[in-house]
Design a binder for this molecule. Structure first.
Ligand code: TYM
Length: 333
């Protein structure tokens, strides 16, 4: 069986990295495979969130995903806290995963930084919940950006150990779909850092709600080097900022780096940035206005989430129950 699952955290406005690394691929894939997309609010509270903002951000993110083209007639869209099967399986996985495995997670190290003693225990076991999200639907494919690669490897380790511990083949391996020239979009201010919601500088990222003027300004100010664009991809070696802008352009046009360089090689960044800003505005502006339109009618967004959660629960609850039976919990009903 082929089934897609993926998730995104409602920790702020989605940015260009989320869009090009993940959401655009989700929109395409919903026409190819059964697709389940989740706003992962349980994951969001592994780091401090303002309780007054979280529900609002969850709805806004759902609206943004719909505006990007997630079609509720084709995909399930719901928020994670509304479907309890995720947590039921995550608890079992917390007892399957080993401390050593989680200790190796680079995202935990990045997010915890020097303050390891003070982060939530949820942040440490975050990947167990992510594994449960995927496996509770028996998903076969997981479209994500490059930064989630290690979490997907852990998901397969957990699945394998669960099977071994229970003497079954209950969970099958899952395959990451890490695709396209923008699987890792970098900060506009520093080509060595990925574009991220948590970067203190708003200049480092393009948010999907940015106005045309903001987009043009951020691209104009994006860090580059003094050389013109090369005509071949080898010429991007050692030029991370140039590679990043070319990758963004390529992803927006559905081509590869080489095709962009064939067209723009030899140009200075002034010209190229102008074309890039125009391309971005033409694709992101309709998303921003559609998001605003959807949010003017929050009842419709909520009813899409409610219906998505109902269907998601119907798929995942029996899987969580079967996993509980396999680990040996008494069944009395
Ligand atoms: P999150 O919310 O950080 O990001 C959502 C998606 O966007 C991708 N992404 C990027 N892609 C390219 N360049 C970037 N700079 C960039 N930044 C983010 C992410 O790879 C992701 O695909 N742990 C996940 C959410 C999650 C999940 C899951 C994903 C929870 N359960 C189950 C897949 C399956 C996360 O924090 O994504």
């Amino acid at each position: 069986m082929q089934r897609i699952f993926s998730g995104i955290q409602p920790t702020g406005v989605p940015h260009l990295g989320n869009y090009l690394g993940a959401v655009r691929n989700w929109v395409r894939l919903q026409h190819e495979m059964e697709s389940i997309y989740c706003v992962v609010d349980l994951h969001a509270i592994t780091q401090p969130q303002d309780p007054k903002e979280l529900a609002k951000q969850t709805r806004e993110l759902a609206a943004s995903l719909l505006a990007c083209g997630i079609d509720p007639a084709k995909s399930l869209l719901f928020h994670q806290s509304a479907v309890h099967a995720h947590v039921r399986l995550a608890w079992i996985f917390t007892c399957v995963a080993r401390m050593g495995w989680l200790n190796r997670m680079t995202q935990f190290k990045d997010k915890a930084g020097k303050d390891r003693e003070n982060v939530s225990t949820g942040l440490f076991i975050y990947p167990n919940l992510m594994a449960a999200d995927i496996l509770v639907y028996h998903a076969s494919h997981v479209p994500v950006g490059d930064d989630q690669r290690q979490h997907l490897e852990l998901t397969n380790d957990i699945a394998q150990k669960f099977n071994f511990d229970t003497g079954t083949e209950f969970f099958k391996p899952v395959e990451g779909l890490i695709q396209g020239p923008a699987a890792r979009v970098m900060s506009l201010r520093d080509g060595a850092k990925k574009m991220s919601k948590s970067d203190a500088s708003a200049q480092s990222r393009i948010d999907l709600t940015d106005s045309a003027d903001e987009i043009a300004l951020k691209i104009r100010r994006a860090k580059t080097d003094p050389e013109p664009l090369p005509s071949e991809t080898e010429g991007l070696e050692g030029r991370p900022e140039a590679r990043n802008l070319v990758g963004i352009y390529a992803a927006l046009q559905d081509v590869d780096h080489a095709a962009v360089l064939r067209e723009h090689g030899g140009k200075g960044f002034g010209d190229f940035k102008k074309s890039l800003a125009d391309l971005l505005v033409s694709q992101l502006d309709p998303i921003a206005s559609e998001t605003r339109r959807l949010l003017a009618d929050p009842g419709t967004v909520d009813s899409i989430l409610r219906e998505g959660a109902r269907k998601a629960a119907a798929i995942s609850t029996p899987v969580a129950e079967e996993a509980e039976r396999l680990v040996g919990f008494l069944q009395v009903g």
